[in-house]
Design a protein around this ligand. Structure first.
Ligand SMILES: Cc1ncc(C[n+]2csc(CCOP(=O)(O)OP(=O)(O)O)c2C)c(N)n1
Length: 540
């Protein structure tokens, strides 16, 4: 059976339906690639400050996106633009707005420029701070810059799903807003070099112990920046050294798959198999995607010709995933050369248009400010002021800093000549300062009605005095909280069976069950509770 036949068969699709899906994917990966190519140019020509892109990882992400359902969560890293496009959480124009650091949420919905481009988050909250129905949307927890930092929260998200499944009290409203009886999977992505980090190993171990629905994909392009796998990974293969985690004879552990980043049909088949096990059996699964390339090197900070051999570079050209997919489409007569050329050309046009729209929307408000201030300069007159006006107007791609420096220069020049216009310029700067505070410094902390500063302190009242141990007071409080909120759990080293080394949880496991109060290793108790608590307590 050919690859085409097997992929079509597993999905029960007609040939025409299958062809449409394949060509849609071809369009998606081409658009994503063009975005990476143009994105690098935007940085190297100074319009954006830094770029790190998903070129070379497009096919694997297109395949992974097919099994990602509403309610699922992603916790991944900066290479995942194709996946985000595929699940409809980001479009090309918004992606460019992220690259430019546009601070308007309607342009850059990930973080309104608060985070570097490539930090792919979806919103869990409405404008007023209330929770969205997470089960009805595709979710992504925002990436963070330290590589491997996505792993602890991935475990938390997968554990949350497990908790909703085992805790029957959470299977009715309002909890059905967050989980459909724990049917959700937490999808993780990580680069091969980052699998050497402690966070990766701790997460892998914990998910194996807990048996949670976590699907981790490793995009293995053989390098961590310039350093090849032989200096990063024992035996140069993460799936090889994780073999001891493979479940056997109905026991606990992982399912581990290996596939190749350029093999579209095998990638799709692998993800179909992987998700079935992960979602239905609620066990962790690892997909090791080998033979992945990085056509433009690590980031805009350098070029890969410095550290990749001629042979490696030739191999990367030959096994570029889009080139391989193209050949596979032609070999299987799914489209003609002309049809593919048309898709490729169209992708270039679409991306160019998206880039221009994003850039114009970023630049137009700044240009409007320059026009406004230039009129004031003109009215003020004088050779020096008009020279500054000319200079600011001649900058092709100005930023607000250029404009503010120009105004300050004019104010300095005219410090001993008070005038109405000078007053207007000072006023203009003050208004801009307030607007810029909103643009660049707002929403770094919660501004919703639920923000911490809105919690009013309650004065302590004393009744009949009774002498108690501190640990008893803690225990009574934990007891009251567990009683009131079925979504609360307590876990950590010694928290379960013995009720804490200082007995602050004495008897609570017996009272509320092992699924609410339980023991874990000490590392997990430190790191992972934030995310677990966040997603299980979201209705508090
Ligand atoms: C904790 C931490 N250490 C180092 C870095 C710098 N850094 C950024 S990306 C990277 C390499 C990551 O390689 P890999 O995990 O293989 O992913 P790839 O970029 O190749 O897809 C490094 C070392 C970082 N961001 N965070």
């Amino acid at each position: 059976m050919g690859k085409q036949d097997s992929a079509a068969k597993t999905s029960n699709l007609s040939f025409e339906e299958f062809k449409t899906i394949v060509l849609e994917d071809f369009k998606l990966v081409n658009e994503s690639r063009q975005a990476s190519l143009l994105g690098r140019k935007e940085v190297l020509t100074g319009k954006a400050k830094f770029g790190i892109f998903g070129d070379g990882k497009e096919l694997a992400q297109a395949a992974m996106s097919k099994v990602f359902k509403n309610g699922d969560f992603r916790s991944g890293y900066y290479r995942d633009q194709t996946f985000m496009f595929a699940i409809g959480a980001l479009n090309l124009q918004q992606w460019f707005a992220g690259l430019y650091g546009h601070t308007d949420l309607s342009e850059e919905p990930m973080s309104a420029g608060r985070q570097m481009g490539g930090h792919f988050g979806t919103h869990s909250l409405n404008e007023d701070g209330s929770f969205k129905a997470l089960v009805h949307q595709k979710n992504s927890s925002s990436d963070i810059s330290p590589t491997g930092g996505q792993m602890p929260r991935l475990l938390g998200l997968a554990y949350a799903s497990h908790f909703y499944r085992i805790n029957k009290e959470l299977q009715n409203a309002p909890f059905t807003n967050y989980s459909n009886k724990g049917n959700e999977v937490a999808f993780g992505t990580i680069g091969d070099a980052s699998t050497s980090e402690g966070l990766f190993w701790e997460t892998i171990n914990a998910a194996g112990v807990l048996q949670v629905p976590m699907l981790v994909s490793v995009w293995d392009d053989g390098h961590g920046i310039s350093v090849p796998k032989k200096y990063q990974t024992t035996k140069e293969s993460i799936s090889e050294i994780l073999k001891g985690f493979q479940r056997e004879n109905g026991g606990k552990g992982y399912e581990i798959f290996k596939t190749r980043g350029w093999d579209y049909a095998h990638l799709c088949e692998t993800y179909e198999k992987a998700i079935k096990i992960c979602r239905e059996e609620h066990v962790p699964v690892l997909v090791h995607v080998e033979e992945v390339t990085q056509p433009q090197g690590h980031s805009t900070s350098g070029s890969h010709e410095r550290y990749k051999s001629k042979e490696r570079l030739e191999w990367e050209t030959e096994f570029d995933c889009i080139r391989q997919m193209r050949q596979w489409i032609l070999n299987n007569a799914l489209a003609t050369e002309e049809e593919l050329l048309k898709i490729e050309e169209q992708a270039k046009e679409t991306v160019k248009a998206a880039k221009s729209a994003a850039w114009n929307n970023y630049l137009d408000p700044i240009k409007a400010e320059i026009t406004e201030v230039s009129a004031l300069f003109e009215e003020m007159g004088g050779e020096d002021v008009l020279a500054i006006r000319k200079e600011i107007q001649s900058i092709k791609e100005p930023n607000r800093r250029d404009l503010h420096s120009a105004i300050k220069q004019v104010l300095r020049l005219t410090h001993n000549k008070p005038s109405d216009i000078r007053g207007q310029l000072t006023g203009w700067l003050e208004t801009a300062r307030i607007q810029n505070h909103d643009r660049y410094s707002s929403h770094l902390y919660s501004q919703s009605a639920q923000k911490v500063q809105n919690i009013l302190p309650s004065a302590v009242t004393y009744g009949d005095e009774k002498l108690m141990d501190g640990r008893e007071i803690l225990r009574e409080n934990f007891d009251a909280i567990l009683q009131k909120y079925p979504e609360v759990m307590i876990f950590g080293e010694d928290s379960g069976k013995i009720g804490g080394v200082n007995q602050g949880l004495e008897g609570l496991q017996l009272k509320y069950g092992e699924h609410r109060v339980f023991d874990t290793d000490c590392v997990r108790s430190r790191k992972y509770n934030t995310w677990i608590i966040f997603y299980t307590l979201c209705s508090l």
